[in-house]
Design a protein around this ligand. Structure first.
Ligand SMILES: [Zn+2]
Length: 378
């Protein structure tokens, strides 16, 4: 099913009928409990405990907070099938993700699938078989493949596609509570807790095979290397990212300001690397530069990679954004007055994750303050 309208009624069910938004704001939240099949709370590497901060509790905490704040309606994703995923990702890569766990289990290996080697700069061949392909397709140890990983990643993408369908049908904004996240995954590369690039899948789907201009704004603490790679030579998709400088933190190999796209995509990739410890004022000033670039690009749709790991005290991040800062980031995005699909990326400070999600999304779902069509509808 293409993301060209509202999902079928069977795919949209108000999980909490009768919920009255206390905020007075309407923001569709697309969520499925299937993410819990990718349970990274306890994984082992060579028999030793291995910490992955990207745990199911993240999505549950965000969902509970959004419901308590009265945001909604809450809907389940419709199944758009594999086609929109294959519009972004390499078919062999998708086959690998689907089959890696089962193939490893059949060969007698118990537990999560981790890379053994990595495809470094000097490799001579693409290996055959899961054992070698693990490291060919991965760029780090942060994305173990568990028994339910493919199912969770597939439905995470379906959440994003369903949110895209709602926006194409006329909603000013919709939020996909995606887990696992996606912005580190490229067409044939996974890592950084990511397997399928939900933001890129949404962008391609919104284009519907045409050259519709799309802007992607990535406000996760980390550079969205996967999204950058996917659209690096594409002039129809503007990628704007604010993130920690790659000399200071993950993903290290991408994210410099000088990476501006190539070929016909030259100038359509804009990076704003920031120092660790960046707080609200400096962040918002930089965000304004990105928003100005998006306005100048005049996209038909905006896709936001929303990562809450820019928060002060995030165990994986290193910025110092406050709850008020999150609200203002969301409000400035709303001021663009663009049809907006928001997909969840990182965010690991479990004790305040819900508060940050509510702050950001109530800002993003508010009418633009600078005037525009949404003011008139309000
Ligand atoms: Zn992140």
């Amino acid at each position: 099913m293409p993301c060209d309208g509202r999902p079928a009624s069977a795919g949209v069910s108000r999980l909490k009928p009768g919920l009255q938004p206390e905020t007075g704001l309407t923001l569709y939240i697309v969520y499925t409990g299937r993410h819990k099949l990718h349970a990274t709370d306890h994984v082992l590497l060579e028999g030793c405990p291995f910490v992955v901060e990207e745990v199911p509790a993240r999505a549950e905490i965000i969902l509970s907070a959004l419901q308590a704040a009265g945001l909604g309606p809450l809907v389940e994703p419709a199944d758009h099938g594999l086609a929109p995923i294959l519009a972004v990702h390499d078919a062999g890569f998708v086959d690998f993700l689907r089959q890696a766990y089962a193939e490893s289990a059949r060969s007698g290996e118990a537990g999560p699938v981790f890379p053994w080697t990595f495809a470094n700069r000097h490799i001579q061949r693409k290996p055959k078989g899961t054992l070698g392909l693990r490291g060919y397709y991965a760029f780090g140890f942060g994305s173990p493949i568990l028994e339910g990983t493919w199912t969770a990643a597939y439905w995470s993408a379906q959440c994003a596609l369903t949110a895209a369908g709602l926006v194409r049908a006329g909603e000013p904004a919709a939020y996909a509570l995606c887990r696992p996240p996606g912005h580190h995954a490229a067409a044939d590369l996974y890592g950084g807790f990511c397997y399928l690039n939900n933001a890129a899948i949404v962008a391609r789907c919104l284009q519907a095979g045409a050259t519709v201009p799309i802007a992607i704004l990535d406000v996760d603490y980390h550079h969205g290397n996967g999204t950058q790679i996917i659209f690096y030579s594409d002039p129809t998709v503007l990628y704007c990212s604010l993130h920690v400088h790659p000399d200071q933190d993950y993903p290290f190999y991408w994210g410099e300001a000088g990476e501006r796209g190539e070929g016909p995509g030259a100038g359509a990739n804009l990076n704003w690397p920031l120092p660790k410890g960046t707080g609200d004022a400096a962040y918002l000033a930089t965000l304004d530069q990105a928003l100005a670039a998006i306005r100048a690009f005049a996209p038909r749709y905006l896709v936001v990679s929303a990562g809450f790991d820019v928060a002060a005290g995030d165990p994986v991040g290193g910025f110092a954004i406050s709850a008020a800062g999150f609200h203002e980031i969301g409000a400035r995005i709303a001021d663009l007055d663009l049809p907006t699909v928001i997909v969840q990326e990182g965010g690991y400070r479990l004790d305040r994750l819900g508060e940050y999600a509510v702050a950001f999304l109530t800002g993003a779902a508010s009418p633009p303050r600078s005037g525009g069509s949404r003011d008139l509808q309000a």
